[in-house]
Ligand binder design. Structure first.
Ligand code: ISE
Length: 338
């Protein structure tokens, strides 16, 4: 492997395109080696000016000798099969969340990685690299608020062209908050209960505003609000209460302007704006970890357990009450802290 990691990006829609641009311009130890999209024009556009090869077939990109590592940012149902190919070919990969669409597929990926005996996958829970979240986590882990007891998270989104189902809200969006709760509290989910309401009454079975309550296995509790149609833009934050104090992300990091009898502050339109820095930090950490051989950040085990919580949350909507989770023993491969 050269001193710069040759990365192939699969899927050049919103997230994949951002990763491709960041690799090309903002990550010193990486180079954009290849891009793939089923839409050839879109792939060409993403590669323009970078010298990256263009593919319309993901398997060929993964197998390319010029590709040292892969980013999987294609639609959710493709994540598991492509991650499996990467493991088979021993190509390190950053897989966008969710790791898989079904819990069985995620478990299968973990089994394969364990069999190979190498942590090849990192999962795209980018809040792990967001400076605000990192600071909150550092305060907690240094004992700054005593023993953490309660996690509160809020996650408000702009509407999507095709509104998600209640399950998709959990598996595609709230999964970030479930990861944050596990990470901040350092505990696993023991049970989960999701209640929701419908913003558009014509879609009575789509709960786009959900409140998630979880008991954690170390005695902590977590309460999360996720809204898929906020009406004002995008906003994510966390607050953790401990035995000796509280810590939270700052309310906003845009300037506040006083004028005409008002104090105004703008809100980011979407996650690409809000987490712009986190995406670069995530790629820099991943690139370094692959080149230096020290896996870091959210791994396949996190991808599996967090998906299990999200999926069980969807079951709890159907059942109308809390549903317990059994956390399997963590395989030795995943015991070192990333
Ligand atoms: C999107 O796929 C993301 O990953 C964003 O971070 C999240 O905020 C959004 O709700 C998801 O749809």
């Amino acid at each position: 492997m050269t001193d710069r990691l040759g990365v192939g990006v699969i899927g050049t829609g919103g997230m994949g395109l951002r990763h491709a641009v960041n690799l090309d311009r903002a990550v010193a130890r990486a180079r954009l080696a290849a891009v793939m999209d089923v839409d050839l024009d879109r792939a060409r556009e993403a590669a323009a000016g970078s010298g990256a090869s263009v593919f319309t077939d993901a398997e060929s990109l993964i197998a390319s000798p010029d590709v040292d590592a892969v980013i999987i940012a294609s639609p959710d149902p493709t994540h598991a099969p492509l991650a499996t190919t990467c493991i088979e070919l021993r190509k390190p990969a950053l897989v966008e969340k969710p790791l898989a669409v079904t819990v069985d597929d995620a478990a299968d990926i973990v089994e394969r990685e364990v069999r190979v005996g190498e942590r090849l996958l990192q999962v795209g829970f980018m809040r792990h690299f967001d400076p605000q979240h990192v600071t909150v986590r550092q305060v907690i882990s240094s004992g700054g608020i005593g023993r953490p007891l309660l996690f509160r998270g809020w996650h408000r989104n702009p509407p999507e062209p095709v509104p998600p189902t209640s399950r998709q809200v959990l598996v595609n969006s709230a999964i970030h908050d479930l990861y944050s709760a596990r990470w901040m509290l350092g505990q696993e989910v023991a049970d989960i209960f999701v209640k929701g309401t419908t913003i558009d009454p014509s879609r009575s079975d789509q709960l786009d505003l959900q409140v998630i309550t979880m008991s954690m296995d170390g005695g902590g509790i977590a309460v999360i609000e996720v809204n898929k149609d906020s009406g004002f833009g995008y906003e994510v934050g966390v607050e953790v209460t401990g035995t000796a104090g509280m810590v939270s992300t700052p309310p906003h990091h845009t300037p506040s302007v006083r004028r005409d009898g008002e104090i105004r502050q703008s809100v980011e339109p979407d996650w690409l704006a809000r987490f712009a820095r986190a995406y670069v930090e995530e790629l820099a950490a991943w690139t370094g970890s692959v080149l230096d051989g020290h896996p870091t950040g959210p791994n396949a085990w996190d991808g599996y357990l967090t998906l299990t919580a999200a999926s069980t949350g969807a079951d709890s909507i159907e059942q109308g009450g809390p549903v317990a989770l059994d956390t399997p023993d963590r395989p030795a491969l995943y015991t070192s802290e990333g």
